[in-house]
Ligand binder design. Structure first.
Ligand SMILES: C[S@@+](CC[C@H](N)C(=O)[O-])C[C@H]1O[C@@H](n2cnc3c(N)ncnc32)[C@H](O)[C@@H]1O
Length: 236
């Protein structure tokens, strides 16, 4: 199981009509996802030739925005209304706490009733992967100096804090993390019955060692098998 199987399963279970992916890169995931209407957002599409061809053949039912998610929400988010709102979204753009959190908040007004947002990179396996850099280039630059012990060339950043913030500060959202594929966060509308007792300044002070001490609780970590039952929690 991975992000592709989890997303595709949800799309089929929900009979979802629309899919939005923020952070698309080579299109490995985007072009495999099967949904009636899809929207791709990334400031630098890195499509190999066969995905450049697919981009042309998908033009009828897929839309491509080569810009940051912030620019997309500022200038082109109307397209999400035009396609009938978002049923399933995948947030996998800039791997920073504030950007991942903002992507989720910006998406919410367009999320259809019963819709769901999944987020990648929510469960970093070690401190090096969770390094809170500004972006991947800065991460690699710092790693090249030897300042990131245990560097694996895999960057999850501090996206995990977006999950903690959603679990702490949003009473009307249910947020958790499926323990597979670097941690697949999920967010849907519903009652957050046990909000985490953390303020913004608590969150700012949190470090990777806090995550290690209380990972299951902070992330709302659930086993991979939970993915199949997520659909039962969405008020469709
Ligand atoms: C890990 S890759 C995405 C992988 C893809 N979702 C997959 O599963 O195959 C992250 C992508 O986020 C893009 N990105 C970086 N900053 C972004 C931003 N501010 N808004 C949207 N995408 C961004 C990068 O260009 C990169 O292609």
């Amino acid at each position: 199981m991975n992000r592709l199987t989890v997303l595709q399963q949800l799309i089929e279970q929900k009979k979802a009509k629309t899919y939005l992916e923020i952070g698309v890169s080579t299109g490995w995931l985007f072009f495999k996802i099967n949904a009636p209407a899809k929207v791709a957002v990334d400031p630098h599409f890195a499509f190999p030739w066969y995905n450049k061809v697919r981009r042309l053949t998908h033009a009828g039912h897929s839309k491509f925005y080569e810009e940051t998610s912030d620019a997309f929400f500022a200038n082109h988010a109307n397209v999400l209304k035009e396609i009938g709102g978002v049923d399933v979204a995948f947030v996998d753009g800039l791997h920073t706490w504030d950007q991942a959190y903002r992507d989720v908040l910006n998406l919410l007004p367009y999320l259809n009733p019963g819709g769901i947002i999944l987020m990648h990179d929510c469960n970093p396996p070690n401190e090096a992967c969770a390094y809170p850099a500004k972006d991947i280039n800065e991460y690699r630059k710092i790693a090249a100096t030897g300042a990131i012990p245990g560097y694996l060339n895999s960057w999850n950043g501090d996206v995990w804090k977006a999950v903690v913030q959603l679990r702490a500060q949003h009473q009307d959202l249910v947020t958790g993390t499926i323990d597979l594929d670097w941690g697949i966060g999920f967010v849907y509308r519903g009652s957050n019955n046990h909000p985490l007792p953390y303020s913004l300044s608590d969150l700012q002070a949190m470090t990777y060692s806090d995550l290690e001490k209380d990972r299951k609780n902070l992330l709302g970590l659930v086993p991979p098998s939970y993915a199949a039952s997520l659909i039962n929690h969405l008020n469709v």
